[in-house]
Design a protein around this ligand. Structure first.
Ligand code: ADP
Ligand code: MG
Ligand code: MG
Length: 339
């Protein structure tokens, strides 16, 4: 019997378009002799689009706007053997959709409510990883109400960390809303931008030197494995949205040219983080490696990383001998596994 798979794409976050690209690749790669796949695109307003609109949205790489959020549509997931929630960012990668699917009793690819929610929030991630001794940059949390009522206390937190520093919405991805702040004069603008996108904002000390950006893939549930280690190189000041999604701005190096003991540290630390955060299925764990000091700092954990055929996560496992279509097949298998 073929497995019936519901592939969710799009979604309500700033990473809507990225998700549509990923979904196109996954849809093409799930072997048709094993799976019967139905894509459903979720609009930016949260509307689960009917089949004809879904097909058009996947072709165009953009969904129609308007319409209402339809929560009860999770019921339309009934009858499927598994859901592949290929959604990035808030309202998709953050445990919300995972909660809906858990309530509906349908297995799904990737982390559950806990792992998704904790990994999505950069502050919560840092707290959990600090508790198991994983090295990270210094950071401070600020919430919107404090920024509105006691801006000086938020500014003092930034001064504590020193400049330059990074200001980021705690729950986002694709570098949306992130600023590198060079001087105190630029701080308010960066905070206003980040608070426009999230109630929680993280202030982060910048790494002591320009970091090398190292990424590793994790695959599995309670006995996860790590991929070879990859590196991203680019000219921009930091790995911002444009650099991420403009063809030719960044290059991927797999395996990353690193001393073997550093690559091994990346893999073991990533596995430790995956377990500490209660992730499942897959995650891409991103690090900063400071060549001058030998420091390895964990930056973030992405529980639904970019998933086009040229994205880092599938490329890392391809280097380990797992083709894109074998990888997505394996992910569905992990979703159906008893844990
Ligand atoms: P996202 O989840 O949007 O990818 P990240 O936390 O990974 O957000 O930040 C995006 C990019 O910004 C990183 O890949 C890196 O280039 C740069 N960056 C973020 N935080 C720091 C930091 N503390 N020090 C140096 N560079 C940083
Ligand atoms: Mg991220
Ligand atoms: Mg990142």
């Amino acid at each position: 019997m073929k497995k019936r798979i519901l592939l969710l794409a799009g979604g309500q976050s700033g990473e809507h378009e990225v998700s549509l690209l990923s979904a196109r690749s996954v849809l093409a790669a799930l072997p048709r002799d094993q799976f019967d796949v139905t894509p459903v695109v979720i609009s930016k307003q949260g509307r689960w689009l009917p089949p004809t609109e879904t097909v058009r949205a996947l072709q165009d790489g953009a969904a129609p706007t308007g319409g209402d959020l339809v929560l009860h549509r999770a019921a339309s997931a009934e009858g499927y053997d598994a859901v592949f929630p290929l959604l990035h960012g808030p309202m998709g990668e953050d445990g919300t959709v995972q909660g809906l699917l858990t309530l509906a009793g349908i297995p799904f690819v990737g982390s559950g409510v806990l792992g998704s929610a904790v990994s999505m929030d950069k502050v919560m991630t840092k707290q959990v990883l600090a508790s198991v001794g994983i090295a990270q940059v210094a950071w401070r949390l600020a919430v919107r109400r404090e920024w509105q009522q006691h801006p000086d206390s938020v500014r003092a937190r930034a001064a504590d960390l020193g400049y330059p520093l990074f200001v980021k919405p705690a729950n986002l991805g694709s570098s949306v809303g992130i600023s590198k702040v060079g001087t105190p004069a630029e701080l308010d603008g960066a905070l206003n931008l980040a608070f426009g996108l999230d109630r929680r904002v993280i202030l982060e000390a910048m790494t002591t030197h320009r970091p090398r950006e190292i990424e590793v893939g994790i695959l599995g549930n309670d006995a996860p494995i790590a991929s070879p280690v990859g590196e991203l190189r680019f000219e921009a000041e930091f790995y911002d949205y444009e650099t991420k999604y403009t063809e030719g701005r960044a290059t991927m190096h797999i395996p990353a040219p690193l001393p073997p003991e550093v690559a091994e540290r990346v893999r073991t630390t990533a596995l430790q983080a995956f377990r500490a955060l209660d992730c499942a299925g897959l995650a891409r764990v991103d690090f900063f490696y400071i060549e001058q000091t030998g420091e390895l700092l964990l930056n973030e954990v992405n529980t639904m990383p970019g998933f086009t055929t040229t994205s880092m996560y599938p490329k890392l496992f391809e280097a380990a001998g797992l083709s894109y279509s074998e990888l997505v097949t394996r992910l569905v298998g992990l979703a159906l596994e008893d844990r």
